[in-house]
Write a protein of this length. Sequence first.
Length: 558
Amino acid sequence: MSTEKGDLSAEVRELLRAIAAETEAGSDQVRQWRDQARQLIRRLRDQPPYPQERKRDLQLNLIKRLGQQDIWQRSLEDFLDTAVMSIRESLSYYNVSCFMLDSTGRHLVLTAHAGAYRGRVSKGDHQEVEQGIMGWVVRHRRMLLANDVSREPHYLAIPGLATRSEICLPLFMGEKIEGVLNVESDEVDAFDQGDVMALEALAQQIAEITQMHRQTQAFERLRTELEGYRASDQFLGRSPAMRQVFSLIDSVADSDISVLLWGETGTGKELAAQRIHQQSARRDQPFVAVNCAAIPEQLFESELFGHERSAFTGADRRRIGKLELAHGGTLFLDEVAEIPYALQAKLLRAVESRRFTRVGGEKEIEVDARILSATNQSLEELERQGRFRRDLYFRLNAVQVHLLPLRERQEDIPLLAAHFLRKACAKTGKQISSIAPPVLSALMAHTWPGNVRELENTIARAVLLEQTQCLAQVHLPTAGQDRAAAGGSLSDAAEEMALKEVCRIALEQAEREYLRRLLTRTRGNISQAACLAGINRRTLYNKLERYQIKRGDFLPSS
């Protein structure tokens, strides 16, 4: 019997066929076959692996080794040099190089290389995207494998190189190609499907790490930009939506027109009101905020208009109301939809005539205060339901400013995160200078039901727990996790939830478990997992970030 591993496998298969054919065989024959099978299995186990199998192990271990490095705290140039050198030395390729597109998108620039390029091509050299295999890959947005470059019409020969096979893979960052990973061999037919799968995983990893570095650099620019803001600047944003808000605020700030600020809880309505006040001619006068939802109905009139001594039981002295305190400045009515309907007429009269009477008083008091209001409810719908006066709605809604939820202006998250990091460090005395790219990615992927307020609290909590100079962890529970923590299992919490919410949470739990099983099956291979799931790699990567599933947990151990 041959000792070659392929022949041993054939012998095992032959034994299995014999066992299947001889269904009426006696027990002695079955025991003989079983003993033979055990011997063959033992010999298979003791044989050294195929060269290709050994190569796959090296590739998988290389992927894991590169992923375990604290890569975003090293320079990008250092990481890329280490990556191409590791790929070449571990896998014995002839030449490995990384090219990145320049700012024009018309040239590929050699960023890192290991092997045969030395002395012939230098870092910084350009190649037009209209030329060669690499240019074809950029233009067509897919990998190209040439196991015999002499037959490849797109091959661009470099004098002095002995390249015989070449594989080139795009580096995707989001949906955009930013460069290529190019691997060459001095042998014909050097690459097989195993090389393709492993190099696709490595190319994706290089792209992800490059994107992390760019996020880090962008964060550093944001920190520099924040140094130009005053400590009192709280209302921040760079997105088109926020630019529109700032423009509208600038146009109405100098007038005395009433402004209604509308948006979800935590979107910064009071900060917007403060910005309007600070940019108005009343900036040196009081800004008085009233949380209408926090005042008991029986005390609302006294809180807003004040009262005279002995106006009611317990009124042992005169009280100046919020409207009077805002004289010359701005009165901000937060959660204006919560004003009792019976008092809305009195507020309307005070707003229109600028006169009011304290509770228990007879003298009319004249007041000059600009009225700003805010709500997270639809006043139009409340008016149709008879819960909010139409005339008051039109009086308060002379100009409406809509503040979008954070999930609809995600480009503002890095700036806000940098601001809240600086603010939290100032309060705690900690010296945290950066946010790790995976954390920043998680912040960008979160839905933020609590909006800017939730982001601020999340950063503050993370700063309090962080022990290093880089914010490396945040806790971002999903809505389902929040409910489970409050009420036990999904079924327990479901009693208080709408059917739509129950379905959403159940779907998330099923999808999370499916992704974990998928990565277990593919041993952490993103390309293969995305193919099995029927989605692209970027979509799969976003889902892993959303569910905080780490690919490294599924890679084979070294």
